[in-house]
Write a protein that binds this ligand. Structure first.
Ligand SMILES: *[C@@H]1O[C@H](CO)[C@@H](O)[C@H](O)[C@H]1NC(C)=O
Ligand SMILES: *[C@@H]1O[C@H](CO)[C@@H](O)[C@H](O)[C@H]1NC(C)=O
Ligand SMILES: *[C@@H]1O[C@H](CO)[C@@H](O)[C@H](O)[C@H]1NC(C)=O
Length: 333
């Protein structure tokens, strides 16, 4: 969630979650094959343990209402103020939106939503089927997970979907405590942006990949009715796959996902230079949308958007498409 330009400790952020014991022994496998570190599929089959979908979706999530730790021009709301921004449509699509009403002054704040799963998981396969994601001038959405926020970055952060403004290519990022590096030999489909996962106040770009497809973020993603982002958090690595709507594997649709059949991951962070289980503790899933702030604000002048990010906040048209439209989130172990 901190992006390339962010500069802040998440000490106030997120629901604290109990730190669960590590599960490493049964998951260990060998990735290193010479200098080329490739994803080695697990033999264990994944079973559905949690599903978030349909009219009861929000039962599984808490609304975060603290100030945005990334300095966005938003008020994260809950209760009555959240009712028109976070709801389930009659067709079971889950909507999370930025308020797009008129009357917000230049540099003012918009009401928005940040939700965090009540449960946390120390490992597993997480499958998010998303129809549309927020985008637009000043808009900064993220789908991510976080260990105990009071212990950021030591409890780990995994950013699965993130981008700002007019971006069309998704960025996948890890933030960790010291001693975790993305192995340059990792073989993945996306382009490596940085290899230092360790993050701190002054230097928190994290280790990151940028996807190559313009259907992976923003307008292009939405034009094809989105797709699926699936990621695994296991002792041998963190892997992310992106599937366009028309290329979702049958085993995902049938809720019997087998990452061993999915080929090279979009983003792959093997354990070869990072002890995954000690750097990424029990993770809560999070969806949020912020506005301007540390990343969208800093990158605004290079985004092709008019005037300043503070001006963009005041123009309600910029927020007509600032909406997550989610089909389901499923967790398998
Ligand atoms: C790893 O091997 C694959 C083919 O098996 C190749 O396409 C890829 O470029 C290699 N990656 C690295 C980092 O050497
Ligand atoms: C994505 O890229 C393709 C070819 O590179 C192009 O034809 C298409 O218009 C682009 N789509 C968007 C939404 O930018
Ligand atoms: C408001 O935003 C819309 C959509 O980005 C843009 O087309 C329009 O020109 C903007 N209006 C002003 C007054 O800046």
């Amino acid at each position: 969630m901190f992006g390339a330009l962010a500069a802040l400790v998440l000490s106030l952020a997120a629901s604290a979650s109990a730190l669960a014991p590590h599960h490493s022994a049964q998951l260990r496998r060998h990735n290193a094959r010479g200098t080329n570190v490739t994803f080695a599929p697990r033999s264990t089959s994944y079973k559905l343990v949690d599903e978030f979908s349909g009219q009861n979706f929000f039962d599984g999530w808490d609304f975060f209402t603290d100030a945005d730790p990334t300095h966005g021009l938003v008020n994260f709301v809950d209760g009555d103020a959240a009712k028109k921004l976070a709801y389930v449509q009659s067709d079971n699509t889950i909507v999370l939106a930025v308020d797009d009403s008129d009357g917000v002054p230049v540099g003012g704040k918009r009401n928005s939503i940040r939700i965090s799963s009540k449960k946390s998981w120390t490992r597993g396969l997480f499958v998010a089927d998303i129809f549309a994601m927020p985008h637009g001038c000043g808009v900064w959405p993220a789908y991510w997970s976080l260990g105990n926020g009071a212990d950021w970055p030591n409890a780990g952060e995994i950013d699965i979907i993130e981008g700002v403004n007019t971006n069309t290519k998704n960025q996948v990022t890890l933030h960790s405590g010291p001693g975790c590096t993305l192995d340059k030999a990792a073989h993945a489909l996306a382009d490596v942006l940085g290899t230092s996962c360790a993050s701190s106040n002054g230097d928190n770009a994290g280790c990151a990949y940028q996807q190559t497809q313009n259907t992976s973020f923003g307008h292009g993603f939405n034009m094809q009715a989105g797709g699926v982002f699936a990621h695994t958090l296991e002792a041998d690595g963190i892997s992310v796959w992106f599937f366009d709507r028309d290329a979702i594997p049958a085993d995902v649709a049938s809720k019997q996902p087998d990452p061993a059949s999915w080929g090279t991951p979009t983003a792959y962070f093997p354990n070869t230079q990072c002890d995954i289980m000690s750097h990424f503790l029990a993770q809560n899933l999070i969806f949020d949308i912020t506005v301007c702030g540390d990343w969208a604000g800093s990158a605004y002048s290079q985004s092709g958007c008019p005037a300043t990010c503070n001006d963009a906040v005041a123009n309600s048209s910029n927020f007509n498409l600032a909406q997550w439209k989610i089909s389901s989130v499923r967790v398998y172990q």
